[in-house]
Ligand binder design. Structure first.
Ligand code: FES
Length: 101
């Protein structure tokens, strides 16, 4: 697992794109928890962190409008053909966030 940031560096509802060993990671802080995904839309591989909108429990890839569930990465609307890849996250007692690539 690789450390990506501290949980207190993100506000609730915030989205960030980070790179871990060259791998693009999408981080979403929602209701106090961090969710991590591969930062590639399942539609045309575009980085969601560069063009998104969060509304309620969904994140929309604004490149073409596909929506995904924040908790699971499940695709909720076209044109996404499949979920985005969910990554395992661990937060230690200091709030440091680690992601499994
Ligand atoms: S790349 Fe995300 S909707 Fe097309």
């Amino acid at each position: 697992m690789k450390k990506v940031l501290n949980i207190y560096e993100m506000k609730d509802g915030e989205v960030k794109g980070v790179e871990v060993d060259g791998f693009p990671v999408l981080l979403i802080k929602y209701k106090g928890r961090i969710y991590a995904y591969e930062d590639r839309c399942s539609h045309q591989d575009m980085p969601i962190s560069e063009n998104y909108e969060v509304e309620g429990e969904r994140i929309t890839c604004m490149w073409h409008g596909a929506e995904f569930d924040i908790f699971s990465g499940k695709n909720l609307s076209m044109p996404a053909p499949s979920p985005i890849k969910k990554l395992n996250v661990y937060v230690d007692s200091n709030g440091d966030v680690f992601v499994e690539i």
